[in-house]
Design a protein around this ligand. Structure first.
Ligand code: ARG
Length: 586
């Protein structure tokens, strides 16, 4: 369906042309004075300069051409030269009917030229527990992925595990200390290694912080870990076997955690998968004259003339020849291009890594790893803070683990549900999970991603205000009215609005397309949140003003129910794109 603003614009543009003015002045926006009109055109003000005429004179000439158009109930020139527009109730209702009759798409067309997109998000580090810092990447990335898919793009989500580097050497060193008899440490062993891992996930999670602590205090321990890392990276069989155990145990635990978050990845690739591409990549950078030695390290210059801040060279290899986080990210782009050839790659990562990604992106383009016509995007997110304004911590002051955080929110929800006392225990706990997830995800996504935000459990779990539970509450309200009415099919039409609040609700529904398009193009899930908050408010106002179930006129009642159902559908589709669901009851 053609977007509603576009439909209005087409008519207004024609009006300008007919009155003898350039069509570029026919721009239309939502009104910033909804008390006066629904839409407005300020083009006459701009045209005044070119045509050396009073803006109001131009506005009058244009509105003269537009009056009588069946789309508008009002189209008037207002001093000093605005054109205020209201749509006809029939036109709005007709638009909403088309949305309602369009299945799961609600009138939103797929993009004309779909792209292949790869999204790098999640980014958990193997053997270290998921913490709230990884939460944002998973939540935002999942929503960007779902939105792009809905708009018709082919999207591949890659978790990009942090599975390469010193943490592996640390774990191996600690394990060797604890269980030196394990066959993995016997350099003369050339048989097959056991298929059962020599540790559980809880052991693994305890080993890493222990080893990391020791290495900070004990130089020899640290050196042993570095040696183990080096040997692992240079093919020591026993260590590679340990690495795959660490990976397996860790990944199956991670999958459980992501499942709780309703986050899924198409690829479970990691930093280690990029290593085989490094030697050729580095050689080519040297051969092509991009990489040179500076202070012992191999670097590529990436500064540009227009830079206002210094962008240091991208370091490819350290002076001892070891690869870095950069090297791995560049080599990852090598296989991404070779195996998938996406049109763009989107990275959803902490905004503190922005300069780093600027270097990586420029280096990848400059050296030809990524062709010039491809796009690399960095979606940087801010920090999740506690109520004290400092990065979110546990009560004991440690890093909050994701599963505890979710549990805390769920418990809070459960408390509230039990206070209402209308559900049995099992239903209450399932509902608490569903609603709790909405609280966490909406609390995050309703902020512009790049901003820091305060994780406020009391506010996020409240059923009032701009929260996930409020949106779910609205959906559940629609569902419960529909089920009380026994409404199953919606054959009739939504009639032109009977009241101001109904008109406002219908008008709000028409904005779905523009909101989703903006959220998609700007990779900005908060735009979906802002839209559904307005929509939920418009619905609740309508609901409070309107007797729906007791409406005597059957046609009007059927129209209300269909309107309710499309509101429910649009809200449910939108929260699906945000990455959560609504329960049946609350
Ligand atoms: N593992 C990294 C971290 O915990 C995030 C990875 C982000 N993605 C990337 N391609 N570098 O900070």
């Amino acid at each position: 369906m053609k977007e509603i603003l576009q439909q209005i614009k087409d008519v207004v543009v024609a009006g300008f042309k007919e009155a003898g003015y350039d069509e570029k002045y026919g721009m239309v926006t939502l009104s910033n004075r909804p008390d006066l009109c629904q839409f407005q055109c300020n083009g006459a003000m701009a045209a005044a300069k070119e045509y050396k005429k009073a803006p109001i004179a131009i506005a009058n000439e244009v509105t003269e051409k537009l009056t009588g158009n069946p789309m508008f109930s009002k189209c008037e020139a207002c001093p000093p030269g605005f054109i205020n527009i209201n749509l006809c109730d029939d036109f709005i209702a007709d638009f909403v009917n088309q949305m309602a009759n369009d299945g799961e798409r609600f009138g939103v067309d797929k993009v004309v030229a779909p792209k292949k997109i790869m999204i790098d998000y999640g980014g958990p580090n193997v053997a270290k527990p998921l913490h709230v810092g990884h939460l944002r990447s998973a939540i935002i990335g999942e929503s960007i992925k779902r939105t792009a898919r809905f708009m018709g793009d082919e999207v591949i989500g890659d978790v990009h595990l942090g599975d390469w580097g010193l943490q592996m050497g640390l774990i191996i060193t600690e394990l060797k200390l604890r269980k030196p008899e394990l066959v993995y440490f016997d350099e003369n062993y050339d048989g097959a290694y056991p298929t059962e891992p020599p540790f559980t996930i809880s052991e693994l999670e305890e080993i890493y912080p222990c080893a990391s602590g020791k290495s900070k205090e004990d130089e020899t321990y640290k050196e042993a870990a570095m040696t183990a890392t080096y040997e692992l990276q240079h093919g020591r069989r026993g260590y590679q076997a340990l690495l795959s155990h660490i990976l397996n145990v860790s990944v199956s635990d991670l999958k459980k955690n992501y499942e709780k978050l309703d986050v899924t990845f198409d690829l479970w690739k990691g930093e280690s998968d990029a290593q085989e591409y490094i030697p050729d990549m580095v050689q080519k950078m040297k051969d092509d004259g991009f990489a040179y030695i500076s202070e012992g390290a191999l670097v590529v210059d990436v500064k540009e003339e227009t830079d206002t801040k210094e962008v240091p060279p991208c370091m490819i290899l350290k002076s001892d020849g070891a690869s870095l986080y950069n090297t791995t990210d560049l080599a990852t782009l090598v296989w991404r291009m070779k195996d998938y050839n996406p049109d763009s790659v989107i990275y959803v990562v902490d905004k503190r890594q922005e300069l780093y990604f600027t270097q990586v992106f420029r280096c990848a383009k400059k050296t030809g790893i990524v062709p010039a016509d491809k796009n690399l995007y960095f979606v940087g997110f801010g920090t999740m803070n506690g109520k004290d304004g400092k990065p979110f911590k546990t009560r004991q002051g440690g890093v909050m683990r994701l599963e505890y955080l979710l549990k805390e929110v769920e418990d809070k929800m459960l408390e509230k549900i039990k206070e209402n006392g209308t559900m049995d225990d099992e239903m209450a706990s399932v509902t608490a999970q569903v609603v709790g997830l909405s609280a966490v995800k909406y609390g995050d996504l309703s902020n512009q991603a790049s901003k820091d935000y305060i994780f406020d459990i009391d506010r996020f779990t409240s059923a009032e205000g701009n929260t996930g539970p409020y949106i779910l509450y609205t959906i559940v309200r629609c569902k419960s009215i529909l089920s009380k009415a026994g409404a199953r099919s919606f054959d009739g039409d939504i009639l032109p609005a009977h009241s101001e609040s109904e008109r406002a609700l219908q008008l709000e529904l028409t904005k779905l397309m523009a909101s989703l398009t903006a959220a998609y193009e700007d990779m900005a899930p908060h735009k979906i949140c802002a839209y559904i908050y307005d929509l939920a408010n418009a619905f609740n106002r309508f609901y409070h003003d309107t007797k729906i179930l007791t409406e005597e006129d059957e046609n009007v009642k059927a129209s209300y129910l269909k309107l309710l159902n499309v509101t429910r559908g649009v809200l449910e589709k939108s929260i699906d794109l945000l990455g959560f669901k609504a329960p049946e009851r609350m």
